[in-house]
Design a protein around this ligand. Structure first.
Ligand code: IPE
Ligand code: IPE
Ligand code: MG
Length: 241
């Protein structure tokens, strides 16, 4: 595979998750409407999805729309949904031809029926691809994910299938949207904010965190490489020594 200046980094992360923040500020600083920032954000997604496998990343999870983003004005929510309809799904062919599999986390089944249908088709048509996994967090909130997981376990308890004392961290993990994904190694957030904003709360337990002031539309291959190199220098301990 050609690596075009982006050779995999020894000791780099296998699973990287990104909080793609700063589209609105990117647009305001240019006197543009927020939707222009979201459009530029889609271009950044395309760049990063192409760059990630070249850096040795096997799974890339992107926070695209949170369960709290519905609180935004209706016109911004509708702009974000039409970008999802028209742009992200248009990238599907390229994903497929590059051997990438699309997966989703979050309550994405709660989106509009036409979007849900397209997403289901996209996942189905890339299901057998193994070279790279792109996971999009859509209508995702870590608290919502935990609530849905706990509800599933509570049902088993209520039916008498398991006792409360039998609940283990592994059982919770198996109920999360990320159950079939490798552990998250590195969480990146752009735009200078240093918070998780309800992203991967359980999965972040021992993930490395990397923050950059770069706004998401300006985030490029070099920004990703910088984060991956910083990760490779970290010492992970998981509570041991
Ligand atoms: C991130 O950019 C995109 C989404 C949350 C969908 P923002 O829209 O949050 O941009 P800022 O944080 O207002 O700059
Ligand atoms: C987090 O960004 C959500 C996504 C990037 C999709 P927000 O911009 O919504 O987070 P807050 O409101 O600044 O915490
Ligand atoms: Mg934001």
């Amino acid at each position: 595979m050609p690596t075009s200046g982006l050779p995999p980094i020894p000791g780099g992360p296998r699973h990287v998750a990104i909080i793609m923040d700063g589209n609105g500020r990117w647009a305001s600083s240019r006197m543009l409407p927020r939707v222009a920032g979201h459009k530029a954000g889609v271009d950044a997604v395309r760049r990063i999805v192409r760059a990630a496998p070249k850096l040795g990343i096997e799974t890339l999870t992107l926070y695209a729309f949170s369960s709290e983003n519905w609180r935004r004005p209706a016109d911004e929510v509708s702009d974000l949904m039409s970008l999802l309809r028209h742009h992200l799904l248009a990238e599907l062919e390229e994903l497929d031809s590059n051997g990438a599999r699309l997966s989703l986390i979050g309550d994405w089944r709660g989106l509009k029926p036409d979007v849900v249908e397209r997403l289901e088709n996209a996942m189905e048509s890339t299901r057998h691809n193994e070279r790279f996994r792109l996971v999009v967090a859509l209508n995702y909130g870590g608290q919502d994910e935990l609530v849905r997981t706990v509800q599933g376990i509570a049902q088993k308890v209520a039916s008498g299938a398991i006792s409360p004392a039998a609940i283990t961290p592994q059982m919770i993990e198996a109920g999360l949207d990320t159950a079939d994904l490798p552990p998250v190694d590195l969480i990146i957030r752009s735009s200078g904010e240093q918070r998780l904003s309800n992203f991967l709360l359980w999965q972040a337990a021992y993930a490395e965190l990397w923050f950059t002031p770069t706004l998401w539309p300006d985030f490029d291959e070099n920004s990703l490489r910088e984060a991956v190199e910083a990760y490779a220098q970290r010492e992970r301990r998981f509570g041991g020594r």
